[in-house]
Design a protein around this ligand. Structure first.
Ligand code: HEM
Ligand code: MG
Length: 330
């Protein structure tokens, strides 16, 4: 069946999350969880299917409902998740790694979909609470990294309120660490944008709207336990892509870091797409990070590919970017 995006949810204000229909149930051994604390939390409460095998509509509806992610932004994130690491014919992606429920496309076109935890395309280096793929566990929460983040809350704030100043420093420290230790460091425009964006997600999605500021106990709940805190209200207005671009820019401003990657001689080479700002980020994500072979299809499969390409474009069109098509390797 061809993919159609569900319409926007009617209520975009602050509500108590979870409601009675979405209790926390810890994941079972076969349930897929991955590198995103937001999606993991949603699945642990049934805002996404609890087995962690999700459709584009599941992500679009779940992200709006649980965290008040803007509709177009939800569509774009879901579309990129499906295009990069899902099965676009079945409209399914694993939140973690590969699953028999998300088989390869007919003809094994793009190999095994892998899931959002598979390194490259979406999951990438310089994460805040997961290690670089070349250095360790890039999927599961790493308590030692998070404890290090908390020392930044103590040193750059009051030890309880998580401020932008904390991420200005911590995010830069994470880059320096990867730059020094990871011989395969890959931090292209797309991943660079997401990396800073995810710090912006932490500051803008995780606070309890009743409290205003993000506190350490609330942040603990999401990162350590992947559950909504008691009495938690989602943000009062949808958080848009434009909002995350602004947040990411502010977090990076005190210590700018070039997007790039190490070459075979270990030299960090700037990503040329980074010269073109947001449209360069878009080109890196939607062109270089999505396999070209997806265009070489027919029928419902090609229809879905085109729908999802349009879904990603939704957030870049307002920035005046021309639409790009997948050119990446399988
Ligand atoms: C990281 C996917 C929504 C918070 C990630 C990563 C993926 C991902 C694949 C791993 C990137 C990496 O660090 O290497 C998605 C998708 C979403 C979504 C497809 C669709 C709506 C959200 C939401 C939140 C969130 C709503 C917050 C409420 C985060 C954070 C990280 C992250 C904080 C960084 C974790 C770290 O650096 O240790 N996301 N995400 N995400 N996501 Fe999401
Ligand atoms: Mg990562």
């Amino acid at each position: 069946e061809p993919i159609t995006f569900p319409p926007p949810l009617a209520n975009a204000g602050s509500i108590l999350i979870p409601d009675a229909a979405h209790p926390y149930i810890p994941p079972g051994p076969l349930d897929q969880r991955g590198p995103c604390p937001g999606l993991n939390t949603m699945a642990n409460h049934g805002y996404l299917p609890r087995n962690g095998i999700v459709s584009s509509a599941d992500i679009i509806n779940g992200a709006q409902e649980a965290f008040n992610v803007d509709y177009n932004f939800s569509v774009a994130l879901a579309s990129f998740a499906l295009l990069s690491r899902g099965n676009v014919l079945l409209d399914l992606v694993s939140l973690g790694l590969e699953s028999p429920l998300v088989p390869p496309l007919p003809g094994n076109l793009d190999g095994i979909p892998g899931g959002l935890g598979k390194h490259g395309r979406f999951e990438g280096d310089v994460s805040m609470t997961r290690q670089d793929y070349a250095l360790g566990d890039n999927i599961h929460f790493q308590p030692d990294m998070y404890d290090n983040l908390l020392t930044y809350v103590a040193n750059y704030s009051d030890g309880n309120i998580v401020t932008e100043a904390v991420f200005e420093q911590y995010r830069y420290a994470r880059f320096e660490d990867s730059y020094l230790r990871n011989p395969n460091l890959t931090f292209h425009s797309g991943r660079h944008g997401f990396g800073y964006g995810e710090a912006g997600f932490t500051l803008n999605f995780f606070p309890n709207a009743k409290e205003g500021n993000l506190t350490v106990p609330v942040m603990n709940s999401f990162f350590r336990n992947e559950t909504f805190p008691e009495g938690w209200y989602r943000r009062a207005t949808p958080f848009t892509f434009a909002g995350v671009i602004t947040a990411a820019g502010q977090i990076e401003a005190p210590h700018p870091v070039p997007a790039g990657a190490k070459n075979s001689s270990g030299v960090y080479v700037t990503d040329p797409t980074s010269a073109s700002g947001i449209c360069g980020l878009y080109a890196n994500l939607a062109s270089q990070n999505v396999p070209a072979i997806l265009l070489n299809t027919t029928g419902t499969l090609l229809q879905n590919v085109n729908t999802l390409i349009g879904g990603v474009y939704k957030i870049f069109e307002p920035f005046g970017c021309a639409m790009v098509l997948p050119t990446g390797p399988a």
